[in-house]
Write a protein that binds this ligand. Structure first.
Ligand SMILES: Nc1ncnc2c1ncn2[C@@H]1O[C@H](COP(=O)(O)OP(=O)(O)OP(=O)(O)O)[C@@H](O)[C@H]1O
Ligand SMILES: [Mg+2]
Length: 395
């Protein structure tokens, strides 16, 4: 969908341009004015401005073009003129913002120029955050601790913008762990997102100290308000954050429902947390089966063993044999170091960077950053029978 403004002081040339532009595939709206000063439509929604220029008017015209370009970064300009003297053309092209077409305009040339502009736009690298959710279908297995510390490590290793998104609705655990003050409630955020667009989400996040980590958690994550958090809203929230951040790490609830399915399907990776005990391993196994039935490819699920103890009776190899997947990382059992960091409102690495648990979080983040995101298998067709399956598995 392309929206175009044509400005030309000559009526017949303006009408001719209008008929050409209107016939170009993908063009949605065309607005015509006599000159750049008299534009009065909403320029925010415009992609291309075609304007007329001559040697006499080139200086003042280019000042206006410059101003518009500075104000509306995505605006593209096509200058048209009957003159082809090199001085005029070089003034127009100098700012590197304009295409130039000699009049009388040939329809194919105009269409080709518009296509070139729109193709270039498509090629612009858009920020699409790599999104990692941390999940376990067993409460208390270490989702929040892993999400917080992994997000912190990704930010400090890459210096890229990382969003730690608290969708665990657990009375603000994440905010407590990092000692940030959430300013918004689930209700206010969801209301704002319903009525506005993309960039808003950024203003809702709290920057974590002097890092590139941002936290989005909520003031009153009680059951009372989570009923407003529909799967659609979750998808909208995550997708809007994806346009701004390089990474998103999501802390989740230990339930599989429509809301968590919407988190899985918008995530590149699911870090599945398990522990070396029979109950946890059996839960991981169920979870992996469920993911498979949902069409989530195994390459997108990374099994992390938390609270790992070397001489435990159950070995990582047993887990691999039972679940059929490799262990991605092991986080050692180190309650005292972790709880110290939590009580001080810091990531473990900030308090005790050489502890075994800090090193494990650092390694986990490194491995997560090194995943080949471009070649992850897509989510296959989402399986709508999943909730029946879930019920059967619970029986
Ligand atoms: N590697 C670890 N070593 C020692 N203790 C840990 C480790 N990871 C987590 N814990 C402890 O286990 C408890 C639960 O951890 P955490 O809150 O991260 O789990 P959770 O999965 O987010 O829980 P919930 O389901 O309630 O949200 C906490 O007391 C935490 O300090
Ligand atoms: Mg938690």
């Amino acid at each position: 969908m392309i929206n175009v403004i044509i400005t030309d002081s000559n009526n017949s040339s303006k009408e001719l341009l209008y008929s050409y532009v209107n016939n170009i595939e993908g063009v949605e709206n065309v607005f015509c004015y006599n000159d750049l000063n008299s534009i009065d439509c909403d320029i925010k929604n415009i992609d291309i401005v075609i304007f007329d220029v001559s040697s006499k008017t080139v200086l003042e015209t280019m000042v206006i073009v410059d101003e518009l370009k500075n104000k509306y970064k995505n605006l593209n300009f096509i200058a048209t003129s009957y003159e082809i003297n090199s001085e005029l053309v070089s003034k127009v092209l100098k700012q590197n913002v304009c295409e130039f077409i000699l009049k009388p305009v040939i329809p194919n040339i105009l269409a080709g120029t518009i296509k070139k502009i729109t193709d270039n736009k498509k090629d612009l690298p858009k920020k699409k955050a790599k999104t990692i959710c941390v999940f376990s279908n067993k409460g208390g297995s270490g989702k929040t601790s892993t999400a917080v510390n992994m997000a912190y490590e990704i930010a400090s290793q890459t210096n890229e913008k990382v969003c730690l998104l608290d969708l665990s609705f657990n009375f603000g655990d994440i905010a407590t762990c990092l000692d940030v003050e959430p300013k918004h409630t689930v209700l206010s955020v969801t209301k704002k997102l319903e009525h506005s667009d993309i960039d808003l989400a950024y203003t809702l996040c709290e920057k974590y100290r002097d890092t590139s980590l941002y936290v989005l958690s909520f003031q009153d994550d009680t059951g009372l308000n989570t009923k407003f958090v529909t799967p659609d809203l979750i998808t909208k929230l995550i997708n809007s954050l994806k346009n701004i951040f390089d990474y998103i790490v999501i802390d989740t609830l230990s339930v599989i429902d429509e809301a968590s399915v919407s988190i899985f399907s918008t995530s590149d990776l699911i870090v599945l947390i398990g522990m070396l005990n029979l109950v946890s391993i059996r839960n991981c196994q169920k979870c992996l089966e469920l993911f498979e039935n949902m069409g989530i490819s195994q390459s997108r699920v990374k099994l992390v063993l938390n609270r790992y103890i070397e001489n435990s009776e159950i070995k990582p190899d047993d887990v691999k044999e039972t679940t059929g997947v490799d262990i991605f990382q092991k986080i050692p059992n180190n309650y005292l170091t972790l709880i110290d960091a939590i009580n001080l409102g810091h990531a473990v690495s900030e308090i005790n960077p050489h502890s075994n648990i800090a090193k494990a979080y650092q390694n986990l983040a490194r491995e997560i950053v090194n995943v080949d995101y471009m070649n992850l298998e897509d989510l296959k067709q989402y399986n709508h029978g999943i909730f029946n399956l879930l019920r059967r598995m619970g029986e």
